[in-house]
Design a protein around this ligand. Structure first.
Ligand SMILES: Cc1cc2nc3c(=O)[nH]c(=O)nc-3n(C[C@H](O)[C@H](O)[C@H](O)COP(=O)(O)O)c2cc1C
Ligand code: SF4
Ligand code: SF4
Length: 379
């Protein structure tokens, strides 16, 4: 029992670490090599119609790996068959591209039959693909993307959309994808130059209830934790697995240990350190000028209303205790990972473990967001 509770539609992930798609590389054999311990393995990208297979052939001719399959659905069935019959496989997703809708619907029905997820590739920026209107070009054609998501979702498949941040407005894109009916968004938070743009993960977390898979430059537990702290439910790795086939197992082990030690593997960073709105649960009594005021303003809430809400939602819980803390109760106390002897002395005194404390803060966070988002979101 690992204590993770992550679902994309009907698919359950045993841990929050995923293998991301790499065309021409990420097939069932590669999953067996690098991702048998993952929570999710995303195969592909597969090309489902003649136009995308022709584009992939042209990409291959210039030396870049691609999957070209004359009978894609038959091929995918074989891949799913192989992986799902293995002992204790990860959840599986199929990253797919198609100019036509019908092959997407066929792939969705196949995925559903095997309990797998469909991931629409709105990410690929190879010109051969964007020229025919698939991959990243979908991000700029919201009508087509919306219609594709809603038609594919009608099959009942668990549905994720792979995007790239910084191409269009990240927040608007996430809301569009959620409203169209997707279950998850997988964001390549690429930053020009190098590294990951965590602001895109935070913007998506704050704007939607989608399951968020954060991607780009995750290579170890520290980079995974940075994604989690900005709102990712899961993280995915692509290039790092080529260099180190054991990297997913290592990150899974360390994330699992962190979850066992803290009780909230993707707890947000404090708001003043760039964390998402879930971190209101860790905020102090808002009595001085700091980053919380911008957040409260966004939700049309006064500091007093916020203080009253936190007190109301903590009533009857051990968070009400803690006379000797900065603000007189644990309601206003910091994250467990921030060392504090005053708070830890209270834990000792009242017999509360760090994990229990974080679980109470997680419940408080969910309660706060439910109440304040209800005021501002119209869906
Ligand atoms: C060789 C290669 C092929 C890729 N093919 C795909 C693809 O077919 N579909 C897709 O959504 N992303 C594809 N990606 C993007 C990766 O899934 C991932 O978003 C990107 O590499 C950033 O993550 P990383 O820093 O963990 O590598 C590919 C990446 C590489 C390196
Ligand atoms: S209230 Fe405290 S934790 Fe929250 S943003 Fe301000 S200083 Fe940071
Ligand atoms: S007592 Fe410690 S944990 Fe609580 S608010 Fe003060 S510094 Fe943060």
């Amino acid at each position: 029992m690992t204590g993770f509770d992550i679902h994309i539609g009907y698919a359950h992930m045993r841990n929050p670490i995923a293998l991301a798609a790499m065309a021409g590389i990420t097939d069932s054999g590669f999953v067996r090599k690098v991702a048998m311990g993952a929570g999710l393995a995303i195969l592909g990208g597969y090309n489902l119609d003649d136009a995308t297979n022709d584009a992939a052939t042209r990409i291959k001719e210039r030396g870049r790996a691609e999957f070209v399959t004359p009978e894609p659905i038959k091929h995918l069935k074989g891949e799913l068959e192989q992986l799902t019959k293995m002992e204790d496989p990860p959840a599986i997703a199929l990253n797919v591209r198609s100019t036509e809708l019908n092959p997407l619907l066929e792939a969705a029905l196949l995925a559903k039959e095997y309990g797998a997820i469909i991931e629409i590739d709105a990410h690929c920026r190879q010109l051969e693909m964007t020229d025919i209107g698939v991959g990243e070009s979908l991000l700029r054609d919201t009508d087509r993307l919306t219609s594709m998501i809603s038609r594919v979702k009608k099959t009942g498949v668990a549905l994720c959309v792979k995007t790239r941040s910084g191409v269009v407005d990240d927040e608007e894109l996430a809301v569009t994808i959620e409203r169209a009916g997707a279950d998850a968004i997988h964001i390549d938070a690429m930053k020009p130059g190098a590294g990951a743009d965590h602001r895109a993960i935070r913007a998506t977390r704050n704007a939607t209830d989608l399951v968020v898979i954060g991607n780009n430059s995750v290579v170890d537990f520290a980079s995974a934790k940075a994604m989690f702290g900005h709102g990712a439910d899961m993280v995915s790795l692509a290039r790092a697995t080529l260099e180190n086939p054991d990297v997913i197992n290592t990150v899974v082990t360390q994330t699992t240990m962190f979850q066992e030690r803290t009780g909230w593997y993707n707890a947000p960073k404090h708001i003043c350190s760039g964390g998402d709105d879930r971190a209101l649960a860790f905020c102090c009594l808002p009595v001085k000028p700091c980053a919380i005021h911008g957040v409260l303003k966004r939700y049309g809430m006064t500091p007093q209303e916020f203080a009253d809400l936190k007190v109301e939602l903590s009533r009857g819980t051990p968070l009400e205790l803690g006379d000797h803390t900065c603000f007189g109760t644990l309601i206003w106390c910091c994250k467990l990972t921030k060392p504090c002897f005053l708070r830890n002395a209270v834990f000792e005194q009242i017999g509360l473990s760090g994990v229990e404390y974080m679980k109470l803060k997680k419940q408080l966070s969910e309660g706060i967001l439910e109440r304040i988002r209800g005021k501002t979101r119209d869906h």
